[in-house]
Design a protein around this ligand. Structure first.
Ligand code: RIB
Length: 307
């Protein structure tokens, strides 16, 4: 039977400017190279799944405006099934204003727009899709009750339930307990456990706590240029990042998650899946944009063969 992964989450149009440094509060920074590019954590992850060669469905919402049409067309071009993406009248499509500094770090301000009206009805209407998936991936740019219900449907159908708690919001342990995998970055992991995470040892401690609070989910804390801390029943350790010169880290985490979950669904061990995800993310950070930076599977495999 063909495997299929469903992503429940956001679609945003990203409006990007490069700047020498990220602005301080009240500061105006002279930037350059304004561009717009399809993004949204959910859509980026769906794009990554599809480019890794696995069938993918996107469940979410866009507004009735040209940005929405462009985002849907982009996902269709990658072969993502968008029949569960609702077009919402008199509502704007989500927009993310992104500043990227010359070291590739970014700062994002989001106007959620239609992402905020994804509803429990959407989840009920697409219950068969969620239950029939090999994995369901959700983030936190759509309402938390929707995420909770999607993870629950995934669990009931026997799908791998994956939560990327981004951007971080207060979450009950009950939500965490519906996950098979929780994949935060270091900032989100820190926010979830209430202390700073800035080293692999901090990540290990946060991962152990999240694993306990979730009742045994696998934890993958992405640590940018350091790699990924993996915490499962069988494995606890750092999967190192591949050294590259990053020019734009937007959607690096999304690329990792899409590639990581694809390999999990294919039966790879978490360590193998994380290494594959790190390779995909390493390629993504050498390119500009969100979906524009996500590599195809053949590129990731060729890249890994050279290492
Ligand atoms: O993870 C990167 C994404 O976060 C961007 O594409 C932006 O849309 C925000 O959702």
């Amino acid at each position: 039977m063909r495997q299929m992964i469903t992503v429940v989450g956001s679609l945003n149009m990203d409006l990007l400017i490069d700047a020498p440094q990220l602005p301080l509060p009240g500061e105006t920074v002279r930037g350059r190279n304004f561009r717009r590019s399809p993004g949204g954590k959910g859509a980026n992850q769906a794009c990554a799944v599809a480019r890794m060669g696995v069938d993918c469905s996107m469940l979410g919402a866009v507004g009735s405006d040209p940005f929405g049409e462009e985002l849907i067309a982009g996902l269709c071009a990658d072969g993502v099934d968008v029949s569960a993406v609702r077009r919402v009248h008199r509502t704007a499509t989500g927009v993310a204003m992104i500043t990227v500094d010359f070291a590739g770090q970014n700062q994002i301000v989001l106007a959620a727009g239609a992402n905020e009206v994804v509803s429990l009805d959407d989840i009920s209407r697409h219950s068969r899709l969620l239950r029939g998936s090999a994995a369901v991936i959700a983030q936190l740019e759509v309402p938390i009750p929707v995420v909770t219900a999607a993870l629950q449907e995934a669990r009931q159908g026997g799908a791998i339930a994956v939560l990327n708690p981004a951007p971080c919001r207060a979450l009950d342990d009950e939500v965490l307990s519906r996950c098979d995998w929780i994949v935060p970055n270091e900032i989100e992991a820190g926010q979830l456990v209430g202390r700073t995470v800035c080293s692999p040892e901090d990540a290990r401690l946060a991962a152990v706590e999240l694993r306990r609070r979730s009742g045994g989910a696998g934890i993958a804390v992405t640590l940018g240029g350091e790699g990924v801390w993996l915490e499962t029943r069988e494995f606890s350790g750092l999967i190192p990042a591949f050294p590259v010169r990053a020019i734009d880290t937007v959607a690096a985490g999304d690329t990792f998650i899409g590639a990581f979950v694809v390999r999990l669904v294919e039966g790879a061990t978490p360590e193998e899946a994380a290494r594959f995800g790190c390779a995909a993310a390493a390629i993504a950070v050498t390119r500009h944009g969100a979906q524009a930076s996500v590599p195809h599977r053949a590129e990731v495999e060729a890249w890994l063969r050279e290492r």
